[in-house]
Each structure stands twice: as C-alpha cells, then as structure tokens.
Design a protein around this ligand. Structure first.
Ligand SMILES: O=C(CO)[C@H](O)[C@H](O)COP(=O)(O)O
Ligand SMILES: [Co+2]
Length: 221
C-alpha cells in the first residue's frame, strides 16, 4: 500500500499545528518536514525548536528531510525534537556510514535512518549501504523549493534501485520527493516507490482529503 507524506513546506506557517492536523485528518501517513540551511540548498526553513513545538499535535511519524551541509551536527538535535525518520543527503555527508549509525543509535534507537540523492547523483553512491538504511529518498526535483516540475529521469533510477534492494535483500523503502501530483504519481508508483512526498499538490488543493485519495488511487491506474 502506497504511503503519502505531505510536505509542510507548502503549509501556512502562521498556523503550522492546524495545518499538520488538517492533513492527518485527510488521510496522510507521515508528516514530511523539509529542513533547509541556506548553504546546501538556497533556502532556509525549519529548525529543531519548531519540530519540537509541533511534535504533539499529531500521532503521525515525523519524516525529517535534512537538506543541510554538515548534517552530522544536526542529527541528534532533530532526533531529540521528535524525528521518527531522519534522512541526510549523501552529497552533504563526509562520513555517511557514521551518520547512519548515529541516527540509528540516537535516543535509544527511536529513529529510522534515511539517505537521499539529488536527481543527478547516481545510486552507485549508496550501493554499499543499501542494507544499513531504512529509507532511500530519491529527489525528483533539485532540492530547495516546493512547486517545481517532476524530473522524469528519476523513474529509471527508481526501477534500478528497486531491483538492487531486492537483489541484496534490503528492507529499505523508496520515498520519492518533488513534483508529485495526480499526473506524475502513477508512473512513480509503477516504477517502485513506497512513499510519495507531496507538498503543493496537497496543501495547494481545495480539498486535502481528495488530493491524498487521488495520489493513493494512482496505484490502481
Ligand atoms: O524536499 C523538498 C524540496 O527540496 C520538498 O519535499 C518537495 O519539493 C515537496 O514539494 P512539491 O511536492 O511541491 O514539489
Ligand atoms: Co523533502
């Protein structure tokens, strides 16, 4: 069953708690939180204090996507703030294996470890750690902003990654992030995605529940 993770990047930040509750009631499976530092990506968003402040407004898992330089410095603060899944970019991590171990051990093993790749980064970068991670986030836009167009070359990457995970008996799930909407979801699911992140397609919709339903129903197309 495909899971949907609304990205709060497209939410109204003046009422963030309500915006999170709204998508929980609308059928979301996870809350995707985009952390940007103005260095790794040209945008600045949310820190651990904000994550901690909204942690108790929902029971849904917090899926925190770190788009920062030096992610090793922020891993523990975000786990303490309430991240359930913490994903770092392979391009930003000098010692990726060490960071993954830190995430999995942090706060009594309460957090799952994810690794993310930009559209132009090959899955060859992570083929030696496919059994160490819980989640692989493939970016289908260049990170930094919501509302961009889906980059189709990622479809082939999802297919190759799915086959590699099967071949090495990895239980890691594939999350796809960027430009996901009613037009792109079916091909992403068909290629092998397990979780779809969607910001503008859900928060920009008049009816969030209908938008989430439409993305889930794309699995049947
Ligand atoms: O990581 C991200 C951007 O770097 C966001 O999660 C992503 O862009 C979601 O927004 P949209 O669905 O509007 O593309
Ligand atoms: Co994201």
């Amino acid at each position: 069953m495909i899971k949907i993770a609304p990205s709060i990047l497209s939410a109204d930040f003046s009422k963030l708690g309500d915006e999170i509750k709204k998508v929980e009631q609308a059928g979301a499976d996870l809350i995707h939180i985009d952390v940007m530092d103005g260095h790794f990506v040209p945008n600045l968003t949310i820190g651990p204090n904000v994550v901690a402040a909204v942690r108790n407004v929902t029971k849904l898992p917090f899926d925190v996507h770190l788009m920062v330089s030096n992610p090793q410095d922020l891993v523990l603060p975000f786990i303490e703030a309430g991240a359930d899944i913490l994903t770092v970019h392979a391009e930003a991590a000098s010692h990726l294996h060490r960071i993954i171990e830190t995430i999995k051990k942090g706060n009594k093993g309460s957090c799952q470890a994810g690794v993310s790749l930009n559209p132009a980064t090959s899955i060859v970068w992570i083929e030696d750690i496919l059994r160490e991670v819980d989640l692989i986030l493939l970016m289908s836009v260049n990170p930094g902003f919501g509302g961009q167009s889906f980059i189709p070359l990622v479809l082939e990457k999802i297919r190759r990654l799915k086959a590699q995970l099967k071949a090495c008996n990895s239980n890691a799930v594939i999350e796809v992030d960027g430009g996901i909407n009613a037009n792109t979801a079916a091909s992403v699911i068909e290629a092998g995605a397990d979780i779809l992140v969607a910001g503008s397609a859900i928060y920009g919709a008049k009816n969030c529940a209908a938008a989430i339903r439409q993305l889930k129903n794309a699995a049947a197309l």
